[in-house]
Design a protein around this ligand. Structure first.
Ligand SMILES: [Fe+2]
Ligand SMILES: [Fe+2]
Length: 298
């Protein structure tokens, strides 16, 4: 029996639309972007806004401020001496990176809020997103893709839908995975068992929460980057980093092997350059990312 025929839709399985609504309704109890973060991001859309105005919007939420400083000093964002104040972090990172930093912090906040049945599922999902984000950042720099922070936010958030499934329909989620790990057939298994998948769920949740279109495209298309009509470069980058992160999680990383389909690679750079950039992704890089990820949601 094939893997896909092993999991058939149950007779009691609600239709795709029903399950999607059920998950989104339950997920609606959780705050994706707190009011202070929303306000700051609105202010930050004006490139001429002052650091003081931007920081004061964030500072209305003490917890958000602490979380942003913690994230700003993580390996994803930090360079040089640690940022000791919000103003300091904003000046160093610049407005565009700060907008991404706020969304990354909100993602960590959501992961802390979601009621996972088992802590190892929360940890596996968050660690996978964080490792993907670190690899996205590395590839962006190595291949000079020109992203200014949106690449790690996208890496961090790409499997948002899996977290929502794990938190809102935990029994159904547990039937599909072991320890929260994503496998090569995840999407097909979800479709067969649930009538929907984490890409659809995550994109719908992202749209309801006003996430930027580029992030929604990544959440929706990271398993089929060749179908992405817009933001194809960002989607391709995350798709490649996602595969690389999974290889490290499975301990099957093959440095000479270039993951991703040829179209995806050609969108980013020449195959040789992509291979060189991937070769520089070391197990130590993935291990450090995993360690830091756990520190941020502890
Ligand atoms: Fe995924
Ligand atoms: Fe993933």
């Amino acid at each position: 029996m094939s893997l896909l025929t092993a999991i058939q839709p149950r007779s009691s399985t609600p239709g795709s639309a029903d399950l999607k609504e059920q998950v989104l309704k339950r997920a609606g109890d959780f705050t994706m972007i707190p009011a202070a973060a929303m306000k700051a991001m609105e202010i930050g859309r004006n490139p001429a806004c002052s650091v003081k105005e931007y920081a004061s919007a964030i500072e209305r939420d003490v917890r958000l401020t602490a979380d942003i400083l913690s994230m700003a000093n993580s390996s994803l964002y930090a360079s040089g001496a640690p940022a000791t104040s919000l103003n300091d972090a904003i000046r160093r990172l610049g407005l565009r990176r700060c907008q991404g930093l706020i969304l990354s912090t909100c993602t960590a906040g959501l992961m802390k809020q979601l009621p996972f049945q088992q802590s190892q599922v929360r940890e596996a999902l968050w660690r996978h997103g964080y490792t993907t984000a670190v690899i996205c950042r590395h590839l962006n720099q190595s291949l000079q893709l020109g992203f200014t922070g949106e690449e790690f936010t996208a890496g961090l958030m790409h499997d948002l839908g899996r977290s929502l499934l794990a938190a809102t329909v935990p029994d159904r989620f547990a039937e599909l995975v072991t320890d929260g790990e994503e496998g090569p057939h995840t999407l097909q298994l979800e479709q067969a068992a649930l009538g929907t998948d984490h890409c659809e769920i995550g994109a719908a949740f992202g749209a309801r929460n006003g996430l930027p279109a580029a992030l929604i495209a990544v959440i929706q298309q990271h398993h089929c980057p060749d179908h992405a009509r817009e933001h194809q470069k960002l989607v391709s980058l995350v798709a490649m980093a996602d595969q690389m992160a999974k290889r490290f999680e499975d301990c099957t990383a093959l440095p000479m092997d270039v993951p991703g389909d040829p179209l995806c690679i050609s969108i980013l750079a020449e195959r040789e350059r992509v291979r060189d950039a991937l070769q520089a992704v070391t197990p130590a890089m993935a291990e450090n990312a995993a360690t830091e990820a756990l520190r941020l949601i502890a």
